[in-house]
Ligand binder design. Structure first.
Ligand code: PRP
Ligand code: URA
Length: 208
């Protein structure tokens, strides 16, 4: 699985504030938004473009455009929702397909409760977003669901990955590139990423 750690001073700075336990919910949301936007810039580098004519005030010329490039943003509920606005700022015409998935706190396994998107996505580019790649049970399950729709391409964007999650994605979906802002040390006994940022959904929404 190609893992792209997007190394940039702005991302590193914002991630440090995001991790800080004293960062407010409002600030946390703003930072997730900003970091996602920066990751999206890198993750969309390979999207196809076509030549289009454009008339400047001076001359007729040819530019490149994403015209007819169907991008479907796929946030994993809940915490992935917090990344949606940042993605849409950079790809405003993207469609959205939600995946409802919750990690069972006892088993640590994800349980799917919602996924609704049409079949035959051969011409679509899917970007799955979820802040935490912990065991990667959620991301791997989400990608498996998406693959059933046969999309043109799939990529994933997370804020933090860890070796356990990377190994799982490598095993299950070696063909799916994953873009992350940071690569942490390990999982703890509760399958939380260390040092991590805690529970992304709780910090983003203020509810357990
Ligand atoms: C968190 C996070 C990921 C998942 C990561 O969601 O947002 O979806 O855990 O863990 P994994 O890699 O071990 O599967 P959670 O299930 O806690 O739900 P939430 O987004 O509603 O808080
Ligand atoms: N889910 C989170 O929100 N944080 C973690 O560290 C692991 C799973």
């Amino acid at each position: 699985m190609p893992l792209h750690v997007v190394s940039h001073p702005l991302i590193a700075h914002k991630m440090t504030i995001l991790r800080d336990k004293s960062t407010s919910m409002k600030k946390f949301r703003e930072l997730v938004d900003e970091i996602t936007l920066l990751l999206a810039y890198e993750a969309t580098r390979e999207l196809p473009t076509t030549e289009v004519p454009v008339e400047t005030p001076l001359v007729q010329t040819v530019g490149r455009s994403l015209v007819h490039t169907d991008v479907i943003l796929t946030p994993i509920l809940r915490a992935g929702l917090g990344m949606l606005h940042g993605m849409m700022q950079i790809i405003p015409n993207a469609r959205v397909a939600y995946i409802g998935m919750q990690r069972n706190e006892k088993t640590k396994l994800p349980e799917t409760y919602y996924f609704n998107v049409q079949d035959h996505l051969e011409h679509s580019h899917i970007i799955v977003v979820d802040p935490m790649l912990a065991t990667a049970g959620s991301m791997s399950g989400a990608v498996t669901l998406v693959k059933q729709k046969k999309p043109g391409s799939i990529r994933a964007i997370c804020l933090i990955a860890c070796p356990e999650g990377e190994a799982r994605m490598d095993r299950d979906h070696p063909d799916v590139p994953v873009y992350v802002a940071a690569r942490d040390e390990r999982l703890n006994e509760n399958a939380y990423i260390m040092p991590g940022l805690g529970d992304a959904g709780d910090r983003m929404f203020g509810t357990p």
